[in-house]
Design a binder for this molecule. Structure first.
Ligand code: ZN
Length: 80
């Protein structure tokens, strides 16, 4: 478990206060400290979401370019 304020590692700390910044915490009440990896999961969620958005954007762009090339191709044939 980590300090909510400063991120100090509270595992093995005998007092109920962060030795680094003095913020009180309760090992039995998980809203008073942060679990390691919680930020990691958030980063992964953000990364996956932004990857999905990027793939969607690129896919949409390629699709619109493909459709535009079809339209222009047919328009070119029409002129000639
Ligand atoms: Zn702290």
């Amino acid at each position: 478990m980590l300090c909510l304020r400063c991120g100090y590692i509270l595992d093995g700390v005998n007092t109920k206060k962060c030795p680094e910044c003095g913020r009180p915490f309760d090992p039995h009440f998980d809203r008073t400290f942060r679990r390691p990896g919680a930020r990691h999961r958030l980063v992964i969620v953000i990364a996956v979401t932004s990857c999905g958005v990027a793939v969607g954007t690129i896919g949409g762009l390629l699709l619109s370019m493909f459709l535009a090339s079809l339209v222009f191709h047919e328009a070119g044939q029409g002129i000639i």
